[in-house]
Ligand binder design. Structure first.
Ligand SMILES: *[C@@H]1O[C@H](CO)[C@@H](O)[C@H](O)[C@H]1NC(C)=O
Ligand SMILES: *[C@@H]1O[C@H](CO)[C@@H](O)[C@H](O)[C@H]1NC(C)=O
Length: 406
């Protein structure tokens, strides 16, 4: 018995010795290729993982295409259901009492007998002027009405708390009952940066310049890189900027200064980059759009480059966002996407250049055909007509208001 145990122990020791002497035994089974070939195998394995990931993207694209029903491209009908949804909340009618109860949430406007009136003071005069441009133009066609217009960035009527009533806001999330109106920035009052010191300015002019550039810049001549410039208004933007520092061949994303900038810490520990014009953006194939304080005004401009827009987060909308469909007109990106997820998404789009080119073209066409100045006016008109039908009373001129003229 003892002998057998001893024999077994010796056998075990020799076995262990052999294994430690030739540790490559196991890995040789994995790598049986001559020098260098094993790396190739690893790359294949890596791309197989990528392929599973890529299949998910391709599947999402297929599904988006299947579900996509093109809207009727006339009389701003592509955006009409936004009005329907926003006004549904007030389907029982808007009483004078209800309107007065939210007076403090914005600036009061009246249209009486085709004249426009407003509260004396507007918190942001350029924003009110940007709105009034459209209202003045439409006056001959508008019914007598009154409404509260919120010129701030943030919506005012939360679904779960605070006041309830009809307030017009330019941007909101699904948490709010505000009624969307086309932002002032289509005409004036947009954010001022050093390149556009008087605000980003008139949409009709940008449309023509960028729309032409988008049509005349060949897809093949664009730089196959993701591009972003903007200030650090939220840390949602950090993963892309960090990826850019690691993989400058894949991404060029840098923070610019904003008014609050004090040191490099405010630009994620790197010197601030220069601001870049919309035209300059058009040189790149992939453009990233992040929300700012609310929705970002530059979103619409990017489409006219005829580059692929990567839209991060889907919470904040303006009136024309719902007409744009993920994977049809833009590439959707989770607002909490990690550096690794961003890299994978960019790898995918780079490897599927035909898919990318198609999204870029469809995005361009959607904005070019359905976000003309005429569509913005049309939306205002449709909104005010439908809204006014909900008023349970006939507005009479409020003598405390001032008349706004051209
Ligand atoms: C760009 O091309 C599209 C499609 O051919 C066309 O409809 C559009 O009018 C063009 N845009 C400009 C600014 O010329
Ligand atoms: C990121 O957000 C999505 C929803 O947009 C959520 O499903 C997911 O769990 C989030 N991931 C992380 C890591 O927080």
């Amino acid at each position: 018995m003892i002998n057998i145990q001893l024999f077994f122990l010796v056998f075990l020791k020799v076995y262990i010795l052999l294994i430690t002497l030739y540790p490559s035994g196991a890995s040789e089974e994995f790598c049986t290729k001559p020098d260098g070939k094993c790396d190739e195998e690893k790359i294949n394995k890596y791309s197989k993982e990528n392929n599973a990931e890529f299949q998910k993207f391709l599947q999402a694209i297929r599904e988006a295409k299947e579900q996509y029903i093109p809207c009727k491209e006339s009389k701003c009908s592509c955006h009409a259901n936004v009005i329907t949804n926003d006004l549904k909340t007030f389907g029982d009618g808007i009483t004078k009492k209800l309107l007065d109860s939210v007076n403090s949430k914005g600036t009061k406007y009246q249209i009486i007998d085709h004249h426009l009136y407003r509260e004396q003071s507007c918190m942001f005069p350029a924003r009110c002027a940007g709105v009034e441009h459209f209202l003045l133009e439409l006056l001959p066609k508008l019914p007598d009405t009154e409404f509260i217009l919120n010129p701030r960035d943030w919506p005012q009527i939360h679904k779960n708390y605070g006041l309830f009533g009809p307030v017009f806001s330019f941007s909101k999330t699904s948490q709010y009952n505000d009624i969307l109106y086309p932002a002032w920035a289509f005409w004036e009052g947009g954010p001022a940066i050093s390149l556009y010191p008087r605000g980003i300015g008139r949409w009709d002019q940008h449309r023509n310049i960028l729309g032409t550039l988008g049509n005349t810049t060949k897809w093949e001549d664009k730089i196959a890189k993701a591009f972003f410039r903007g200030s650090r208004t939220s840390s949602e933007r950090d993963p892309l900027v960090l990826l850019s520092r690691e993989k400058p061949d894949l991404v060029d994303a840098q923070y610019t200064k904003n008014q609050a900038w004090k040191s490099d810490a405010d630009t994620l520990h790197a010197p601030p980059a220069k601001e870049v014009s919309f035209e300059e953006h058009c040189k790149y194939k992939y453009l990233f759009n992040f929300r700012g304080v609310a929705a970002s005004f530059r979103f619409k401009h990017m489409f006219l480059c005829k580059s692929v827009v990567f839209h991060v987060g889907n919470e904040w909308i303006e009136f024309f966002y719902p007409a744009l469909k993920p994977w049809v007109h833009y590439v959707p990106v989770d607002s909490n996407a990690t550096k690794e997820q961003l890299e994978k998404l960019l790898d995918f789009i780079k490897e599927h250049d035909d898919v990318a080119k198609k999204i870029a073209e469809d995005g361009y066409n959607m904005i070019w055909n359905n976000l003309k100045m005429k569509d913005v006016s049309c939306y205002w008109k449709k909104l005010l007509k439908r809204y006014t039908k909900l008023l349970t009373y006939k507005p009479v001129l409020d003598k405390s208001l001032i008349e706004i003229k051209k």
